[in-house]
Every structure is written in C-alpha cells, then in structure tokens.
Design a protein around this ligand. Structure first.
Ligand SMILES: [Zn+2]
Length: 212
C-alpha cells in the first residue's frame, strides 16, 4: 500500500475492526477499519437510486420574470442546450450529471448487494475497477454548485422558486457521497480475493476428484 501523503510503500496488513492504519513516517491515516461498510453503502446506494428519477425529471427551479414563468428539469436543460447547438456542453452535462453518477450507483449496487448476500462473480473485479476509474467524471457536486451560482446571480433580476427536483437532487448528492464514503474499498478487495481463492480451491478439488 502507498501512503497518499508521503508516498511511503507499506506492507498490506490485516487490522482489527475499529482500529486504523497510520503511516509510520508521516502519521497520515491510510485507512480505518469500519464496521459493516458494505451494508451501509448498500443502504445509501438504494436511497440514492430512489432519489435519482425525481432529481433528473422534476423541475429544479422556476424563474418568473416580467409576468412570464419558466421551469426546467435537468433532462430538459440538456435538451435545450442541444437545441441551441451547444453540443459539447450538452454531452458533457448529460454525461457528468446523469450518465456517470447513474452508472457508478448501479455498479456499486451490483457489487454491494451481491457481496451482502454472499454471491460472487468474476465480473466484480472489472466492475469495481470501472467504478473507481469513472469517479472523476461524476460531477453531481459541480452541477449543484452551478445551480447555486445561477440562483444567486438571477435572484436580483427574477423571482426564483426551488422545485421538487432541487430537493431530490440535494438528497441524491448527499446519499451519493455517503454511499461512496461509507464503503471501505480494502474490505471489498479482501472479500473479492477471498471468494476468488475459495473458488480456485474448489475447482482444484473438483479436478483432483475427477482425476482420481
Ligand atoms: Zn506517509
């Protein structure tokens, strides 16, 4: 393992629940062995998936200006960008605020649910790797920041009201972060390795029995 603060290479060790592994050189906490992280992460992932649909289809905010009122959801916002021929911005918005977060949640659900019910499949290895690779492309927080900035900028010119979509989006953002942060990746990799070794051992006994 590598210390993220000072790049010291440390031998991977098994530590007790509730304790933490610290870098011997700089004191940085490399990881904490938390209790039941897979179950917690699964619960937050399911909640985030419930929030997802209203967050993208319900109106984020309504803007009233000069007697005219307009409200839009995230999906409609991306459609408007396409109509206005901002293709690159539309694709990036669609990808970073919808596609990647949804894909990450589905991957996380697939892995945490299967490990909770003690199921194992070879595809978990690349699924969990993909989950980490696309992390930088899921930008729910950046989108939320964009909404807040536009509310502040527009508030002096128009009357703004938060829609149901905004509350659902805030819920999605919160549970999305909690789902990712409550999971201990070391625990997942250890479990995956354990299952893999167990499977290999069973295969070995099977071939030995067949040969006998
Ligand atoms: Zn260190």
């Amino acid at each position: 393992m590598l210390c993220h603060e000072c790049d010291l290479l440390i031998q991977n060790q098994v530590i007790d629940e509730g304790s933490k592994l610290q870098c011997p050189r700089c004191g940085h906490v490399i990881y904490k062995q938390k209790h039941n992280t897979i179950g917690k992460s699964l619960a937050f992932t399911i909640t985030a998936l419930i929030f997802f649909y209203p967050a993208v289809t319900e109106s984020i905010m309504s803007i009233s200006m000069g007697g005219k009122s307009q409200h839009q959801s995230i999906i409609e916002g991306a459609q408007v960008l396409l109509q206005e021929e901002y293709y690159l911005v539309a694709i990036l918005t669609f990808m970073c605020s919808l596609l990647v977060p949804l894909l990450r949640l589905l991957l996380l659900f697939y892995i945490t649910f299967s490990l909770s019910v003690n199921l194992f499949h070879k595809s978990f290895f690349w699924s969990f790797r993909l989950y980490h690779y696309i992390e930088e492309w899921g930008m729910l927080d950046v989108y939320m920041l964009g909404i807040i900035v536009s509310v502040v900028k527009l508030s002096s010119m128009a009357e703004i009201q938060a829609g149901f979509g905004l509350w659902a989006y805030a819920g999605l953002l919160l549970t999305y972060i909690l789902a990712a942060n409550s999971l201990n990746p070391h625990e997942v990799w250890d479990l995956l390795l354990e299952h893999k070794q167990l499977g290999e051992k069973q295969n070995q006994t099977k071939t030995n029995q067949e040969a006998a």
